[in-house]
Design a protein around this ligand. Structure first.
Ligand code: PAF
Length: 305
């Protein structure tokens, strides 16, 4: 079925209600994006299509989560390609609102604050980023509520349609924060994390990778190599020896390492020192961020033993 583009919240509600009704749908999935879609987003869309009767993808470059206007202007806008990718994955509706539609009164006075969890790691070098991201995610999750446009919302099966929203595990801190917001503020939605998609060489896909030169792209592979080293050590129940993995990254002259640490997957607090120096047991999340040429890259890996 061809994808339908809607640009207003009213249009989104009307179209999603029409599709849920005509399909007697019992579930709706939302895939929030900022466009410039790649295979990583395709995996989010594919998972949502597998799990839901109706799927909406939003495309909105959210000014609130950009620190500076240059970065916001530079963010790639590729609507036609995005629509083609979403249609190929079977997404029903693309919701691409204007800034005025999302923020009709200008910047919102009341926002979601990400607290301690939003101030560290990515938050330390991008102040306000997660408050802006969570604020728009809260709005998008409200827009995507499947019952919003249904006249007789209770008439679908045993009650309201199930509602799920899809986020990439590559943005581990964003995913942890969205899960926390949904739990702390009782949003009626299930958050589904989808595995990171990588290039054949191992580079985590990102809309920003297009700004890397060939040489920088090769250099950036050291990030996933270092993560793989930790995964292997964790699986073998060896000490993680984070220092030697960090030294590998730092040996690459085109890569400026920002942070590389092993944290609790839910709280993102660093694991106790002894987990690093004694054989690894249990679960952890390795987080890495580095500047490669003009681009800041992040990646992570789940460590299990
Ligand atoms: O991950 C993103 O693309 C954005 O942060 C999101 C979740 C769409 C909010 O603008």
């Amino acid at each position: 079925m061809p994808i339908k583009l809607v640009t207003t919240v009213a249009g989104l509600h009307a179209e999603s209600a029409r599709l849920l009704t005509s399909r007697q749908g019992v579930s709706q999935g939302l895939v929030p994006t900022m466009g410039a879609l790649h295979e990583g987003h395709a995996a989010l869309a594919r998972t949502a299509v597998e799990q839901n009767d109706v799927v909406v993808a939003s495309i909105f470059v959210n000014p609130l989560q950009f620190g500076d206007a240059v970065d916001l202007d530079r963010y790639p806008r590729t609507l036609d390609d995005d629509l083609a990718l979403l249609e190929a994955e079977g997404v029903d509706l693309a919701f691409a609102p204007s800034v005025e539609e999302v923020y009709p009164d200008g910047e919102p006075l009341v926002r979601v604050t990400s607290g301690r969890l939003g101030e560290k790691w990515e938050g330390a070098s991008r102040p306000g980023h997660f408050d802006g991201a969570l604020t728009v995610v809260a709005k998008l999750l409200h827009y995507g509520v499947p019952a919003a446009g249904l006249a007789g919302a209770g008439s679908h099966g045993s009650g309201l349609p199930a509602y799920r929203a899809y986020f990439g595990q590559k943005d581990a801190q964003q995913l942890a924060l969205v899960r926390r917001m949904v739990a702390d503020l009782n949003f009626p939605v299930e958050i589904v994390g989808v595995a990171t998609v990588r290039s054949a060489e191992g580079l985590a896909l990102s809309s920003r990778n297009r700004f890397l030169s060939d040489e920088e792209r090769d250099a950036a592979l050291v990030l996933s190599r270092a993560l793989r080293l930790l995964e292997e050590r964790a699986a073998a129940r060896e000490p993680l020896d984070l220092e030697s993995a960090a030294a590998l990254v730092e040996s690459q002259p085109l890569v400026a390492l920002d942070y590389f640490d092993v944290v609790d997957p839910a709280t993102l607090e660093p694991l106790a020192e002894n987990c690093r120096e004694t054989p690894f047991r249990g679960e952890g999340l390795a987080l890495i961020a580095a500047k490669v040429g003009p681009v800041r890259l992040i990646d992570n890996a789940r460590l299990v033993s």
